[in-house]
Design a protein around this ligand. Structure first.
Ligand code: GDD
Ligand code: MN
Length: 366
């Protein structure tokens, strides 16, 4: 007779966590004693051999599984795939670096079993929760700011909206899965904002531990992703999260352009057209580099491919500029105010640049 099917699947996204997967499994084993559980590590082909470490655990313990994803990066996508691979009535998501306190899991699961709610969020911000040793001050500030913005959007009553630690019923997740965003860091926010009908949510406090090995991947990019997701949801899905990032980078490019132009003129480039051309190339190049590292981090071009990408990016932006001027002139000719015409041109150019670079330079469809 086969062993009983798991009542709960713990989904653990990993990237370079080879040193903690065994310890995490041991801790789950003691925290979840007496329960039918499994742990599903979803690893994005970490160079440190996390997947191999998990598979060696799995060869000795049938409760351990590994999904090794290749040529893909992304925390949200990893969590979604892990959850969708489960058949258990309850799923939980937690980090693989031991920062999340596994001892509160039984309590979270019990609340779902009693049908008190559909999702329980591990929270650093409610009674019993803290992040004293897990957070730097600037990180805490950024996190609080993001949380407040997000709170306005979802109104679920959850305070720790950027938490990467939660347990929920699998059924509502299956229903909303096709509408979730696979890029980015913020699966919890996405789940709460997407669920229809809204999930009944509650929180369980825990102490966010400090990392004892490896390094955090939550950075400026994660912050950008988060803001992108908020705009995406606030516009009813009309604006892709990546577009928001692309536009922010474009705004930064305008500043680079102006600075370079000023510098070139100060350095004695007397011909304005020449100075303007230099500034244009510098701004396009810096936009390419920043987009390649932030906006398209999940499909970053490297080496010779980056060089080809840069040339393609110049071409796309060149056509974008023509489209921009074309639309603006046409609108101006139709008796629109100069600034309306200019804005329409900028919007046209940006949408063109974004769509075409996504498709041709970085090979993305979203
Ligand atoms: N599969 C996969 N792919 N896993 C990833 C990726 C990825 O691209 N990026 C990170 N992970 C894994 C890490 O290995 C870790 O297990 C977990 O996701 C969280 O990543 P950390 O880099 O440790 O995040 P953190 O500790 O800085 O951030 C924590 O706090 C945030 C709130 O401020 C996490 O709990 C986040 O989920 C949370 O949003
Ligand atoms: Mn962490």
């Amino acid at each position: 007779m086969a062993s009983p099917p798991p009542h709960v699947s713990i989904i653990v996204p990993t990237f370079n966590e080879a040193h903690t997967v065994a310890e995490l499994t041991r801790r789950l084993d003691s925290a979840l004693a007496g329960m039918a559980w499994e742990v599903i590590f979803v690893d994005d082909d970490s160079p440190d051999g996390t997947a191999a470490a998990v598979k060696s655990l799995a060869s000795a313990d049938t409760r351990v599984r590994c999904i090794r994803r290749v040529n893909r990066r992304g925390l949200s996508g990893a969590c979604i795939e892990g959850i969708l691979s489960s058949a258990a009535p309850i799923v939980a998501v937690m980090d693989g670096d031991l920062q999340h306190d596994e001892t509160i899991l039984p309590g979270m699961i019990a609340r779902l079993d009693r049908d008190e709610c559909d999702i329980v969020v591990g929270s650093r911000l409610v009674e019993g929760g803290s992040s004293a040793d897990g957070f730097t001050a600037s990180r805490a500030f950024a996190s609080n700011f993001a949380i407040r913005m997000a709170g306005m959007l979802v109104g679920s009553g959850v305070t720790d909206l950027t938490s990467g630690y939660f347990a929920m019923k699998r059924e509502p997740f299956e229903a909303m899965a096709p509408r979730l965003t696979t890029s980015g860091f913020k699966i919890l926010l996405d789940v709460l904002a997407t669920a229809q009908p809204p999930l009944r949510a509650s929180e369980a406090g825990y102490r966010f531990r400090s990392r004892f090995a490896g390094e955090s991947k939550f950075d400026a990019r994660a912050m950008g992703d988060f803001v992108g997701l908020i705009v995406h949801k606030a516009t009813g899905g009309a604006i892709p999260p990546r577009f928001v990032m692309f536009i922010a980078v474009g705004g930064f490019g305008v500043a680079v352009h102006l600075l370079t132009l000023r510098l070139a003129m100060d350095l004695g480039v007397e011909n304005f057209t020449l100075a303007q051309s230099i500034a244009t190339v510098v701004a396009m190049t810096s936009n390419f580099i920043v987009n390649n590292t932030l906006t398209y981090a999940d499909c970053k071009l490297k080496g010779a491919k980056a060089l080809v990408g840069l040339l393609q990016f110049y071409a796309v932006c060149g056509v974008g500029a023509i489209a921009n001027v074309g639309v603006a002139s046409w609108m101006f000719g139709m008796d629109q105010a100069w600034w309306v015409a200019a804005l329409a041109g900028v919007v046209m150019g940006s949408v063109w640049n974004y769509t075409m670079s996504s498709m041709f330079v970085w090979g993305k469809k979203d």
